[in-house]
Design a protein around this ligand. Structure first.
Ligand code: PLP
Length: 454
């Protein structure tokens, strides 16, 4: 591919529809950045600026950019078998090796894997499977799904219905009436003077009351991210997932853990559900860190119990994607998991992730920082106009975006999300890079705060 100048790229970019973007705003201004290359923890833009990748691509480049082992595995795979499907009676080595590997890493009896190409489709797949499961068990009414305000589960019609209503403002979702949103575990804004334990009780009551209202006989599943990501890095109170697991299990409601972000080392373990939160769900969906973003791949990992029902004699699995278990994507995932294991990246994250978390928590002394939350390499900073009253900035201030622009001018990519800034870097950060992130954030926040006063 010939080298394009920044102007060329931004002119041609008029044909590309960006995701979650103010498309009209993009026509009016030039705030876009073209990333042209990447290595390790850094990316380079089309003007030659090297930027520390504070968001790991899109919380996905867990092992860092430009890893030759993954690139070679993809190339080798394509030279041997470029494509074949996993439809009907066909299968191929890289997909089966990866399915076996995921079954060995996933907790409990989660031993059966369906591959897709995005987290959205992994979640759609989980719901389709559970609906079919309940049909087979003679419970055709047991179909509704409990999700949560603030959740992000993807952008297909069904995954968007699972996502918080705020993300589909002005857009339709295919599954009106199918999904009920429970309260968000948003302690900073919703717990008030409550202790963590009291807030947990409120959330548990909300779950119980909802099940009571809708009727357990109408509810197929509860879907939850271990830590809510795009909803603003919301960490539920201690014991929340175990409690929700217990309540849903009492009502024969399946628990889907959406580990699209939290798996493959981001919280210091391959999967967070059991190792971090002490809970084995019925289904885990995952994507992103599965290949560290080198290839599009996701997985829906289901329990033997669900599999046994949907694979009974006479059952037909009427679900399929052309690229399910694509050879190159599966090869990328195997090489990626090999790096994670060989270099003990999750174990290292247990140390460096805590250094990162603590460094960011230190920003709490700044006047406009209301809350710093998250865990390991999944962190968010919420900005407020008034620290005591927690009064938020007006939307027009665009506080998150302004601070992200400042950090980028200083060589750090961070992700704005309204009044929140998200940091989810590659997992190979060393202490110098962590200090660089903290220092850049501090300077940038101070500069924006000063500009607001002036
Ligand atoms: C928790 C979670 N689930 C699902 C998705 C959807 O994944 P994808 O964008 O690959 O469809 C995302 C994407 O950010 C996510 O964060």
């Amino acid at each position: 591919m010939s080298k394009l100048s920044t102007d060329d790229i931004l002119t041609k970019d008029a044909h590309l529809i960006q995701s979650f973007a103010n498309l009209d705003g993009l026509k009016q201004n030039d705030t876009r950045t073209a990333i042209v290359s990447a290595k390790g923890a850094y990316v380079t833009d089309s003007d030659g600026n090297e930027l520390l990748d504070g968001i790991g691509g899109l919380w996905c480049v867990n092992v860092g950019h430009g890893r030759h082992e993954i690139i070679e595995a993809i190339t080798k795979q394509l030279e041997t078998l470029d494509y074949y499907s996993t439809f009907y009676n066909f299968t191929h080595p890289s997909a089966v090796l990866l399915a076996e590997k995921l079954a060995s890493l996933a907790p409990g009896n989660l031993n059966r894997v369906y591959f897709s190409n995005s987290g959205s489709v992994a979640n759609d797949t989980a719901i389709r499977m559970l609906h079919h499961y309940n049909n087979r068990l003679g419970r055709p009414k047991k179909k509704k799904i409990l999700s949560r305000i603030g959740a992000y589960h993807g952008s297909t019609h069904l995954a968007m219905a699972l996502t918080t209503p705020a993300y589909s403002d002005g857009w339709d979702t295919a599954a009106q009436g199918l999904v009920h949103h429970l309260r968000a575990p948003y302690a900073y804004r919703e717990a008030g003077e409550m202790s963590e334990a009291e807030f947990l009780e409120v959330l548990a009551d909300d779950m119980r009351a909802t099940i009571n209202d809708i009727g357990a006989e109408n509810i197929a599943a509860f879907i939850a991210e271990p830590i809510m990501g795009a909803g603003g890095i919301l960490v539920a109170p201690e014991g929340y997932h175990q409690r929700m697991r217990q309540i849903t299990a009492e009502h024969d409601i399946k628990y889907i853990a959406d580990e699209v972000v939290t798996a493959f080392g981001r919280l210091g373990h391959m999967f967070a559900s059991e190792d971090v939160f002490g809970m084995v769900p019925d289904i885990i969906t995952t994507a992103k860190g599965l290949t560290s973003g080198y290839q599009p791949l996701s997985a829906t990992i289901i329990s033997d119990e669900i599999y046994d029902v949907i694979s009974e004699p006479g059952a037909m699995f009427l679900h399929g994607m052309t690229y399910s278990g694509h050879p190159a994507a599966s090869a990328a995932a195997l090489a990626n998991i090999d790096i994670l294991e060989r270099e003990k990246i999750p174990q290292k994250v247990q140390v460096t992730g805590k250094v990162f978390e603590n460094a960011l928590r230190g920003l709490d002394d700044l006047d406009i920082v209301g809350d710093v939350r998250g865990s390991h390499f999944m962190m968010g900073v919420e900005f407020v106009k008034n620290k005591t009253t927690k009064e938020p900035f007006d939307d027009e201030v665009n506080i998150g975006l302004r601070i992200a622009q400042e950090t980028q001018n200083r060589g750090l990519i961070a992700r704005p999300l309204g009044n929140i800034l998200i940091l989810s870097p590659t997992l190979i950060m060393d202490e110098n890079q962590i200090a660089q992130i903290e220092g850049t954030l501090r300077e940038s926040i101070k500069a924006v705060a000063a500009s607001l006063v002036g």
